[in-house]
Structure formats: C-alpha cells, structure tokens
Design a protein around this ligand. Structure first.
Ligand SMILES: Nc1nc2c(ncn2[C@@H]2O[C@H](COP(=O)(O)OP(=O)(O)OP(=O)(O)O)[C@@H](O)[C@H]2O)c(=O)[nH]1
Ligand SMILES: [Mg+2]
Length: 270
C-alpha cells in the first residue's frame, strides 16, 4: 500500500478559528472553542486517519509570545496553515515570522459565512495579489465549507510515508486532559471576568466500565471568594457547570458519564 503522512501546523491570531478548524477536520471537539480570545492554552494534536493517508494537525494558542518559538515550530511542519479572517493585519503577522521562507503554506480565509459575496471577493483578490506564492482558500470552519477541498490539497502536498501514529488514534491527549478541557471551556463560558484565569483543573480519577465512565475532577482556586463565585447562589452556577460538562463528556466518549466535581482552595491569600 502506498501511504502518505505529514505534519500540518496551524497558526494565526487569537480567535480566528484555529480550534474550530481542527475539530471540523477531525470530526470531534478535541480542542476547546469559545468566543473568547486565547482559549487554547496548549499545543494539541488532532490526527486525521484516512485509508491511505494520515495527517497530523497541530493547534496552537493564538497568542504569539515568542517569534523564535513559532519559527522553529513551523520549520518542523510539512505544511503550514495560516488562518485569518476579515479585518486582521496579515502583513504584520507575516513580517514577524517571515513565513515566506517555509515550505508549503496555505492561507485560509475563515468565517466566510459572516460576509456578503462582494466583500469576500475583494478580500480574496487582495490576499491573492499580496501573497502570490501561497495557496489561498476561503472556508467556513463552523459550517464545514471547503473542508474536504482543504484535506485534498493537504494530501496532495505531503510526502509518502508510513503512519506516524496508530491509525485508530485521533489525538495525543489523554482522556483526563480532554475532561479537564471540557470543564475549563464551560468555566470560560459560564463565568465572567477573571474567574476562568484563576482556576486549575485536575482529573484525578477516570475509570471506564462497560456502560459508564466514572470521573472525579478537582477545580483548584486560590481564594474562598472565587469558590463562592463558582458555586453561585444556591449552587445554581456550579450545578450548571457539572451538568453541561457531563453532557459534553458523555458525547465525546460516546458513553454515559458520572462526573463528581469538587472545588478545592489551594492557597488562601489573606
Ligand atoms: N461565523 C463563524 N464563526 C466561527 C467560524 N470559525 C470559528 N468561529 C467562531 O470564532 C470563535 C473563536 O473560535 P476558536 O476556534 O476558539 O478560535 P481560535 O483561533 O482557536 O482561538 P484561540 O484558541 O483563542 O487562539 C468561536 O466563537 C467560534 O465559534 C466560522 O467559520 N464562522
Ligand atoms: Mg484555539
């Protein structure tokens, strides 16, 4: 069998849809998505396994702290995807990391479902004239528009190579990590202001039985006041958090789940 495998690294400003794209490609929510910027904290791998190819996608936090890090990061890729949307300063991004030096770069104009045709045509024209050496494709990660086309372009441009990962694996992340991330996403969505940035989540127990997954996770906060906010009046917010997270965990693992969630105070500042 002739098999192709390759590494694709996705980069772009915060909130442009990097994680939504990876989830659309893999067909599962392996990387959390919210409407808030800087949702993704870690590099997450999503693996697309097809009959005679395997594509390994890397999702990155949108914030670029260190240009050298990004440069090294994309040098190791077979393909770089730069994802953008209308209104972003692409020139500035490209100047910072000198993307032109890298092998095969695809520029994706995302969120096209939000704009009228004439605006899009204009934007695509501009991208094509500014970046004539790159492959430019308009997509909607949310509506999965042009995703198959994107996959075909990638397959055409990765080398012949045996699979790097077993072909039944879709992410390098553990089940516990997925649970932590689902809880973190719901905290981001359910609580305002700074609360989400003060919590740390650990799943200390994850046991899969025939028909049920038993999970115990801890939310660490620094102050009692944070704990109180997470609990909410009459525990209403906390119960919502548990319920929402449990539904999503069940849906991800395709098995009923029982989530015991506890809040612990790690360090109290007087
Ligand atoms: N209308 C529309 N919204 C989209 C599309 N793709 C992503 N979004 C929305 O854009 C927001 C950010 O999406 P993410 O996938 O979290 O973006 P990201 O680039 O991973 O963000 P960070 O992890 O914070 O860097 C979410 O509210 C998504 O639902 C799209 O194609 N159309
Ligand atoms: Mg993200």
């Amino acid at each position: 069998m002739i098999h192709k495998s390759g590494f694709v690294k996705i980069i772009g400003y915060p909130n442009v849809g990097k994680s939504t794209l990876i989830n659309a490609i893999i067909g599962k929510n392996i990387s959390i998505v919210t409407y808030k910027a800087n949702t993704t904290r870690n590099n997450i791998i999503g693996i697309l396994n097809l009959y005679n190819s395997q594509i390994i996608f890397y999702d990155t936090p949108g914030i670029i702290i260190n240009n050298n890090y990004i440069k090294k990061y994309i040098t190791e890729a077979d393909i770089v995807i730069y994802i953008t949307e209308i209104g972003k300063n692409n020139e500035l991004f490209f100047k910072k990391i000198n993307i032109n030096k890298f092998k095969f770069t695809i520029i994706l104009l995302n969120k096209i479902d939000k704009y009228q045709n004439y605006i899009l045509k204009n934007e695509i024209f501009n991208l094509k004239s500014n970046y004539p050496d790159f492959y430019i494709l308009e997509i909607s990660a949310l509506l999965k528009f042009n995703i198959n086309k994107l996959i075909n372009i990638i397959i055409n441009n990765i080398p012949y190579h045996p699979p790097y990962y077993p072909k039944d694996i879709i992410t390098d992340r553990s089940e516990r990590f997925i649970v932590n991330e689902i809880i973190r996403k719901n905290i981001l969505l359910l609580y305002n202001k700074e609360i989400p940035y003060y919590v740390n989540i650990t799943t200390e127990f994850f046991k899969e039985e025939d028909n049920l997954i038993n999970i115990r996770s801890l939310i660490f906060v620094e102050r009692f006041s944070h704990k109180k906010i997470i609990m909410g009046y009459n525990n209403i917010s906390f119960n919502k958090l548990i319920k929402k997270s449990q539904i999503e965990i069940t849906s991800f693992f395709e098995k009923k789940s029982n989530l015991l969630l506890l809040i612990k105070i790690k360090k109290i500042i007087f």
